[in-house]
Ligand binder design. Structure first.
Ligand code: AHR
Length: 507
């Protein structure tokens, strides 16, 4: 009798637990291509701010320093992250920066107050030092010029210093400073967040466009191989759509990208709401893509213009007094995976993205003394940056949803899928937004045959509030292999997780 009662209780609890599971369906067809995934979406950013440059990438006193004073552990960790491009020198800092302060004999370089962040800039690191750092990393450089307090001539001189062969005033200066070969820096930003009143030299859309157009002309006449990125929206309280429309209209014949920025936070301490933060990112991308199409068709131009999402991250706890040293938890890592899912789903238009920033300052890695430790957000970034290449392919996702505030029907699963033809690999990236429920998901493949094994990597931890620190790494990637049979399988996505499944496809 006792035995039967136990069995009934066990069966009852099993049914109860099972009934609590959420359900979803993902149908993937690798023939439904969205666009090529540009590896530049795995970019990053280093700004003269807090401990990002000084005490971050550069620290000659550290035992980790190489012969040029750059930390080897930071370079290795960036390479292990798959960082493809690094934006420099800011950010807000760029709008007050005069690049000639940072070249030549270090002893002669001026000390100035950086009005963006209030620190004293020693100019110990400048263009040539940054390029030394870049030469040790696997990333390429991306320079943002000063269109705040700077001049158009200063911007074009910087291009000549970096890219012209010896024989001109500025290229000869580079040679004199010990760098005979041109750096050939391809990507150049036309100012930073010029739509923000917090920006030094902030302008309205018309004034910025006129100024940026003249800078662009001179910069391209100095080197016609460079690619230019216009300063798009970062200030979403204002009329950001007309900002983007004006600059796209006025700069359409010069620019190759429009930059977008978006930072998100969880000030309401609502997990459900926080997990919807990147829906706005998606909206900004879609609207801007529409504006690009509008301008291109109105002016009958075939020149492509893409989106460079060159600042994104979670940032809401640490402002200037804490030097932006944000400590990330598991929730934040899930949001970063959602940002990347969003870029992959919009791969036809988002051709560059830069997490802000690389080290210490709202960053995936922190350094203390001579050690480096990885924050929670390092792990989803790494899975994307190391594995998610090829073509973004569309996935049909159906399943349980939730409501939060005014937002209705938020899918528990946030999904992106890719097909890497060079390896015959299908890559499935899934965030389970639920804090406490597993999502039992039926995954169907519609073109070719799935191999009988899949590699599964999961970023997770016990609690959404778990953080990493110098001593303990609670949030990390755990990998396993699963066995499949046929073209359909069921996978249970764990609560508050990011999962990447990689499967070979036999065509
Ligand atoms: O990344 C930190 C700051 O955020 C950048 O300097 C600025 O561009 C943005 O507002």
């Amino acid at each position: 009798m006792k035995k039967i009662a136990t069995i009934i209780i066990l069966l009852f609890s099993f049914t109860l637990i099972h009934a609590q599971n959420l359900k979803a369906r993902i149908k993937i067809d690798i023939e439904r291509k969205i666009g090529a995934i540009d590896t530049l979406i795995y970019g990053n950013f280093t700004e003269h701010l807090g401990r990002c440059i000084y005490g971050g990438i550069y620290d000659p006193k550290s035992s980790q320093a190489n012969e040029d004073g750059f930390r080897k552990d930071v370079i290795d960790a960036a390479n292990n992250l798959g960082v493809s491009i690094i934006r420099y020198p800011g950010g807000n800092f760029a709008s007050g920066y005069h690049w000639e302060d940072g070249i030549g004999q270090k002893a002669n370089r001026p000390k100035r107050k950086d009005l963006a962040w209030g620190a004293i800039e020693t100019n110990e690191v400048g263009t040539d030092e940054f390029m030394k750092f870049i030469s040790k990393s696997k990333a390429q450089p991306y320079i943002c010029v000063n269109l705040g307090t700077g001049t158009i001539e200063e911007a074009r001189n910087w291009v000549e210093y970096c890219n012209a062969p010896a024989g001109l005033y500025y290229s000869d200066l580079r040679v004199k400073n010990g760098h005979p070969a041109p750096y050939n820096i391809k990507y150049w930003g036309l100012g930073n967040e010029m739509d923000g009143p917090w920006q030094m030299g902030h302008k309205n859309a018309e004034d910025y466009s006129k100024f940026a157009l003249e800078a662009a002309k001179l910069m391209k006449w100095s080197d016609d191989k460079i690619k230019l990125i216009a300063s798009g929206s970062s200030n979403y309280g204002a009329d950001w759509i007309s900002w983007n429309r004006t600059i796209l209209t006025e700069l359409r014949n010069q620019i190759d990208y429009i930059s977008l920025h978006h930072y998100v936070g969880n000030s309401d301490s609502s997990h459900k709401k926080f997990m919807t933060a990147t829906l706005f990112t998606d909206k900004v991308i879609k609207i801007t893509e529409g504006l690009i199409n509008e301008v291109r068709s109105r002016y009958k131009t075939d020149r492509p213009i893409y989106i460079a999402f060159d600042e994104y991250n979670v940032w809401y706890r640490s402002w200037v007094e804490k030097q932006l040293e944000e400590h990330y938890n598991l929730q934040d890592a899930l949001v970063i995976a959602e940002f990347l899912n969003c870029f992959i789903r919009n791969a036809q238009i988002v051709k560059m993205a830069n997490m802000a920033q690389l080290v210490n300052v709202i960053a995936p890695m922190m350094v203390t003394n001579d050690k480096l430790w990885t924050q929670t957000i390092y792990f989803p970034l790494q899975l994307f940056g190391k594995n998610c290449f090829g073509e973004s392919v569309s996935a049909f996702v159906d399943g349980d949803t939730y409501d939060v505030g005014d937002q209705k029907g938020i899918p528990y699963l946030d999904v992106s899928t890719a097909y890497n033809g060079s390896k015959d690999e299908l890559i499935i990236n899934v965030v389970n937004r639920s804090e406490d429920k597993t999502v039992e998901t039926n995954i169907q493949n519609q073109f070719g045959m799935l191999a009988d094994k899949a590699n599964v990597a999961e970023v997770n931890s016990k609690s959404i509030y778990d953080e990493n620190n110098e001593k303990e790494q609670k949030v990390k990637t755990v990998s396993k292999q699963i066995t499949l049979k046929g073209n359909e399988f069921t996978y249970s996505f764990q609560p508050h997780s990011f999962t990447q499944i990689i499967i070979k496809i036999k065509k």
